[in-house]
Design a protein around this ligand. Structure first.
Ligand code: M1P
Length: 249
């Protein structure tokens, strides 16, 4: 089928911060042979490879890391967009994290990535239970939305989007996942893109890419999914129909 598949990773192809399950991996290997497959993540490559088998990252037509500020192809870095964040912004983010209502702090609260800063109240050292607890708190209290809004109000030249369960990605305005569209269509002009993301909601870091595709026309399709199970179900229905059950991933 002549279309391009673009996937967010964490929560879309994998359970949060966990390795891809075997069924998804088998299907992606097959799909990547038949059409261009791209991965787009807020994380850096080292973290991505803790969630995606290396051979799948290698087979992908491209792996965009750090919200599209790095592109990897066949294990080689193709481009990198760097940015020096002002101390005032880092200080302000530090204050906001420190004064947030949530009581638990685990360490590693501000992580510098290529072209982006990833910040977290509970901290990137949180274990799975601490992540889940923070996610629940944030859902009930909108803490990350509040912090992101405060950052954008004080530094309008930057954007702040919710990452996965616990963090916020900060980047110069426009340096978000939407930037991958130009690169992808430049390599495969005329092909429609199907994008799968679990945070295409307001404030989510998949939303800019979803909006960019919507603005280009209805041939491009956005699949807002609840989790990796839904992604797998859509992929099977779309690409494995008519295939004998024993051959379906
Ligand atoms: O890829 C989605 C997000 O994954 C992580 O989110 P969190 O730690 O909040 O669950 C981060 O790597 C984040 O940058 C990324 O956008």
């Amino acid at each position: 089928m002549g279309e391009i598949l673009v996937f967010d990773v964490d929560g879309t192809l994998t359970p949060p911060r966990s390795m891809m399950e075997d069924g998804m991996a088998r299907l992606l290997r097959q799909l990547a042979v038949e059409r261009p497959v791209y991965l787009v993540t807020g994380s850096d490559l080292a973290k991505l490879l803790r969630q995606v088998p290396a051979d799948i990252a290698g087979r992908a037509a491209g792996v965009f890391c750090c919200s599209g500020n790095e592109l990897w192809r066949g294990g080689r870095l193709t481009y990198q967009m760097r940015h020096e964040f002002p101390d005032e912004l880092v200080d302000f983010a530090t204050q906001l994290l420190g004064s947030a209502q949530y009581p638990t702090r685990t360490g590693n609260h501000i992580e510098a990535r290529t072209g982006s800063l990833n910040i977290s109240v509970v901290g990137r050292n949180a274990n799975m239970i601490q992540r889940r607890d923070y996610f629940r708190h944030d859902k009930a209290n909108g803490e990350r939305a509040h912090i992101a809004a405060a950052i954008e109000a004080k530094f309008p030249q930057y954007e702040a989007n919710r990452g996965g369960q616990i963090s916020i990605d900060i980047a110069p305005r426009g340096w978000n996942k939407a930037r991958v569209v130009k690169e992808i269509l430049g390599r495969s002009p005329g092909l429609p893109i199907h994008f799968f993301g679990d945070t295409v909601c307001e404030g989510g870091n998949d939303l800019p890419l979803a909006l960019a595709l919507a603005s280009l026309g209805s041939e491009h399709v956005v699949h807002g999914v609840a989790d990796h199970h839904e992604t797998l179900a859509i992929l099977k229905a779309r690409y494995c129909a008519g295939q004998p059950a024993s051959e379906v991933a």
